[in-house]
Design a protein around this ligand. Sequence first.
Ligand code: NAD
Length: 262
Amino acid sequence: MASRNPKSEAVYSQLFNALRDAGFILSSKQPDIVISIGGDGMLLSAFHKYEHLLDTVRFVGVHTGHLGFYTDYRDFEIDKLVENLKMDRGAKISYPVLRIVLQLKNGDKFTYRALNEATVKRLSKTMVADVMINQVHFEQFRGDGLSVSTPTGSTAYNKSLGGAVLHPTIEALQLAEIASLNNRVYRTLGSSVVVPKKDKIAIIPMHNDRYSLSVDNKTYVYDSIEAVGFYLDNTKINFVATPSHTSFWERVKDAFIGDVDV
Ligand code: NAD
């Protein structure tokens, strides 16, 4: 899968020809390996296109700009990618995925999976919502909304919200506030919370109103939400384990710090 821009399309053609010449069978219906060409956003789209095959498929990301968080190859490394795929014996690196269950007051249920995060926001006025962690009423939140992210999503929206960066192999969920109201009357923890794999987070909005649920790069609108539950999914996303896999801390440094003179 490639982003719709001339650079990604050129890389797509080059890779397509190189893989075909190397004897790979190219199929978009039942792939064993999905290669996304573009940036992290493109890998998110590839994840959602093939999330029904998560148990069997492995992903590879090729970035047409800087090195991304989900991309191990740059656009000028196509030959190296093809050589590595020729030697591939099925090794994988797996990262946790978020499962979201949204229940409406009429009993209807909708489930989603997120690779980065899901957010709940009220479309008009301040969102007021009870936050439960397992069966504990943790706090009553007032503000713009709440985000729950995966470890790999911790460097995305979660980081902009002041959340912590988690190593992607840590099996945990992170709850982060989006512009909470904190004063003499209203009080929330005010920092992000990292909960372990076995725990469930639930958001219970107080008002019968319209809310948005964002799941990575998609947004859905719902009326009259009873509760939104967040868990770590039983299935993980698998990436092809490549010899050129960049260390997570190098990626964080490259993306957010760069080379500073000290
Ligand atoms: P996009 O592709 O323009 O992505 C936005 C930016 O987020 C890009 O720079 C991308 O490289 C980066 N990004 C995506 N996943 C990342 C990750 N796991 N770690 C570090 N950076 C990452 O836009 P899109 O396709 O709509 O992407 C959706 C993502 O954008 C959401 O999942 C959310 O994490 C992020 N986002 C961030 C903010 C914010 O930081 N204020 C606001 C909304 C959405």
